[in-house]
Design a protein around this ligand. Sequence first.
Ligand code: AKG
Length: 257
Amino acid sequence: MRSGRLVLRQALSARQVGDLRSWIEEIESWAEAGGPGLHHFEQTPNGARLARSEDFDPHHGDLAAFIRDEVITGPLRSLLGEGAVLFKEKINFKHPGGGGFAPHQDASAYRFVDHHVSVLVPIDAADVDNGCLSFADGHTEGLLAHTGGRIDPEWVHAATWVPVEVEPGDLVFFDSYAPHRSDTNRSSSSRRAMYLTYNAASHGDLRSRYYQDKRALLDNLAEGAHSETQRARISINDDFLGQAVPRSNSTISSASS
Ligand SMILES: O=C(O)CCC(=O)C(=O)O
């Protein structure tokens, strides 16, 4: 993965794509019902909408099987040089008006082991208009200078950013040191994407530890969220450019776009 990413076009069958869409709708309905899983909301021009769901692997057998399917774990084995273990899983819903993400490297947020590979599984087609991912070419190793995960603006301006437009059925594998970013969804339909993150099996199963740590961090932030300067967060990195809704105020519009 010299460029920090590997794009496999139409790696999934039409059946898998259809199944994924209905499973993701189930997860979205869990968010509206208050769980299971960890769900984050954002303010959009259409009201508060679901921004992200995560920590659903233990609660959804079909998704858990997909997460461990050879179509994903085969390429991961080649990329990591050994078997892969799930580190974390999330869906970014990016409904119309949903926020983008500032340029960052996932490595600055993913603790406990210093190398991960993520797989982007598009649920909807993603393009520049609805906020697809863009990657900076030419940087594959080492943590860049950053503030709260946001890469220093000087580096960002000098880099060449390449949008990676995708269709459902495609898979994009990317390294945790690959700098990437995305924009607001300016279209009138949702741009849903699932991200599955793995580490090499020899480093152990760190997923429960990751979610314990993240939930504690978000709880701490929520306690301090009364101050004017403290914004609600959905990520460990402070890289989300949307307006996260504090968890205590989370009421959402359920209409899917
Ligand atoms: O889904 C997106 O637009 C960006 C995702 C991303 O970079 C992240 O969640 O860290």
